[in-house]
Design a binder for this molecule. Structure first.
Ligand SMILES: [Zn+2]
Length: 161
């Protein structure tokens, strides 16, 4: 049995459905749904978490943060390396290596104002992990051109790449 999801005018935090959520996104208006989703709640919680993670590269941090604030294309995420499980080497390429891996905990999708917790997507999903080992390779340029990145960016704590 599926519960009917309705559009709401206000969320419990007081956001309004006519507010602008993502000025650069094609759907600029805030979307508030009765199953607990509000674009502005999600955005505020993502911003609150900026202090909890860092790629150790301020330029990359800035790109990820901007993608979450503006919803440019899709949101990028900083993914802790420990979220990747069952890492298997697939191939080497000129800049590094490609692995398959399982996204153990998924990716934060939306803040749920009913559960007061994150809703995750892609939990347990198999993904391709590209490790860039060539230090001449400009990671900032790759990240800026992020239509080639589906989920986010991580750092291998042992190789620092
Ligand atoms: Zn809200």
């Amino acid at each position: 049995m599926s519960r009917k999801v309705e559009k709401l005018k206000y969320c419990p935090a007081g956001h309004f459905s006519e507010d602008f959520a993502y000025p650069d996104y094609f759907d600029k208006r805030n979307s508030i749904l009765s199953d607990g989703i509000c674009s502005l709640c999600t955005k505020e919680h993502l911003i609150q978490e900026f202090k909890n993670w860092s790629s150790e590269n301020t330029e990359i941090d800035k790109i990820i943060q901007e993608s979450q604030i503006k919803y440019k294309y899709d949101k990028l995420h900083w993914i802790p390396y420990s979220n990747f499980q069952n890492i298997n080497h697939i191939a080497d390429c000129d800049y590094g290596s490609v692995y398959s891996a399982k996204l153990e905990n998924g990716i934060k999708d939306d803040w749920n104002f009913i559960k007061q917790d994150w809703k995750y997507h892609s939990i347990g999903r198999k993904v391709a992990l590209k490790e860039i080992k060539d230090s001449r390779f400009d990671i900032v340029r790759v990240v800026k051109n992020y239509d080639c990145i589906d989920y986010g960016i991580s750092k291998n704590p042992s190789t620092k790449s």
